[in-house]
Design a protein around this ligand. Structure first.
Ligand SMILES: NC(=O)c1ccc[n+]([C@@H]2O[C@H](COP(=O)([O-])OP(=O)(O)OC[C@H]3O[C@@H](n4cnc5c(N)ncnc54)[C@H](O)[C@@H]3O)[C@@H](O)[C@H]2O)c1
Length: 409
């Protein structure tokens, strides 16, 4: 039996013969989605060997049941002792935003690779500390990544390829709408997601973070200027001890100016009655257009405006061919995949980066960059939608004085 690496050693020095030990913190929504991905990834992709060691939660009985059901070797209730264990190499943070910074920084300092759910943190200050810790750890061969899983939808990865190949020409504008309705009912109860101190913000941090990341991912661009608006339609909701104030937004709107000259509109809501988990993205260029709708995630709409006008029209690309991103690992063509596959792709990419010793993307720097934009939306909303400038990428820095430079990510 090989001796495991000391927790303070960089993981790069871990003996290659030992499988990577994984701990996940949180066993509810994301804990379950990530557990499914950790369980399946090696059945489909060529990745380094892993062992699902520990699942962590607060309630000993409930987390033990979840660990048994999801296939983790054991469960625990104290994340602090788990992340310093010699047999843990990867910490997967599926806990709410208010815990991200503390766990991620401690895990990185203990030499563990870290995958953290979005948004990076609840505050800019926390996000900056996390990014600094990630940069320091990276220099020791310890990797970190944020879970913007929609980058791993094959149709969106294909959209990025087409945009990068110039198939849309010059992109003029983007529409990104992420709409849900789980708060439409005014009697829907309070939860950590509705309190500023636990969630940071409402629909903004929760789902605009995904939409903004997609705009940056697809266009490979930077935001220079932001105008925003936030609104809370239901300001009080039933809590465990009576009526409580809702201290975050139900919906948010923003326009983003990009360095290329393109403009993106972002619209997000958790009270869009009838919309369950609708992420729609439209990218308009002078040579073509791309349409995507998460409710039909195996499809990409593509209009090639360089074709003769008499033949033009949106074609529906069924993104299910082995030549499409991620898909040669799955089923024969046309045997569609689902939302949960994005998490398997995410873990595949994270493990591949660890194996290759290359920094994975989206990095904490990229998560921080989204955080600066979210912060600018809040700032603008507080000033009656006034335009808020973000420093140019050349002035980039990982401090609150500026945004971070994606190029280095
Ligand atoms: N990528 C996506 O599509 C997506 C979707 C939903 C949520 N998220 C993100 O995932 C994160 C978690 O959200 P969720 O929906 O899974 O929340 P959730 O409320 O369903 O689960 C939170 C989990 O954290 C655990 N937890 C809380 N405090 C803890 C502590 N002190 N020690 C150990 N565990 C603790 C809880 O036991 C629970 O298992 C958030 O950052 C959220 O924004 C991402």
């Amino acid at each position: 039996m090989t001796t495991p690496a000391h927790p303070t050693e960089p993981q790069a020095s871990r003996p290659a013969s030992r499988p990577l030990g994984v701990a996940a913190i949180g066993y509810a929504f994301m804990g379950k989605a990530h557990s499914n991905a950790w369980r399946n990834v090696a059945s489909f992709f060529d990745v380094p060997a892993i062992e699902r060691k520990v699942l962590v939660g607060r309630d000993a009985t409930a987390v033990a049941e979840a660990a048994a059901k999801y296939g983790w070797a054991e469960s625990a209730t104290d994340w602090r002792t788990v992340i310093t264990r010699d047999d843990i190499d990867i910490v997967d943070i599926c806990a709410p935003g208010w815990m991200h910074a503390e766990i991620a920084i401690a895990a990185l300092e203990a030499g563990k690779h870290v995958l953290v759910e979005k948004p990076l943190a609840n505050t800019l200050a926390e996000a900056e500390l996390m990014t600094a810790a990630a940069a320091k750890a990276r220099a020791r061969g310890v990797q970190s990544m944020i879970g913007f899983n929609y980058r791993r939808v094959p149709a969106l990865a294909l959209a990025k390829e087409l945009i990068g190949e110039g198939r849309l020409g010059t992109v003029r504008h983007v529409r990104a709408a992420y709409l849900q309705d789980w708060l439409s009912d005014a009697e829907a109860p309070m939860s950590w997601r509705l309190r500023k101190e636990t969630a940071g913000s409402g629909a903004l941090g929760d789902i605009a973070s995904h939409a903004i990341d997609q705009v940056l991912f697809l266009l490979g661009d930077q935001v220079t200027e932001v105008a925003g608006r936030l609104h809370t339609f239901v300001s009080q909701r039933p809590g465990g001890n009576g009526i409580e104030d809702v201290t975050v937004d139900d919906a948010a709107w923003a326009t983003l100016s990009l360095t290329s000259g393109a403009i993106a509109s972002v619209e997000v809501s958790r009270v869009a009655t009838g919309r369950k988990n609708s992420l729609q993205i439209e990218v308009y260029g002078d040579k073509g257009t791309i349409l995507f709708d998460l409710e039909n995630l195996n499809e990409l709409g593509f209009l090639d405006a360089t074709a003769p006008v008499r033949e033009q029209g949106f074609r529906r690309i069924l993104v299910n061919e082995p030549v499409h991103p991620y898909l040669n690992a799955w089923w024969p063509q046309g045997h569609i995949i689902g939302w949960e596959h994005t998490f398997t792709h995410q873990i595949r990419d994270f493990l591949t980066a660890i194996k290759d010793g290359t920094p994975p993307s989206p990095s904490f720097e990229e998560g921080l960059n989204v955080q600066y934009i979210l912060n600018a939306v809040e700032e603008s909303a507080a000033a009656k939608s006034a335009l808020v400038q973000l420093p140019s990428p050349t002035q980039s820095a990982t401090t609150s004085a500026g945004r971070t430079n994606l190029q280095g990510a």
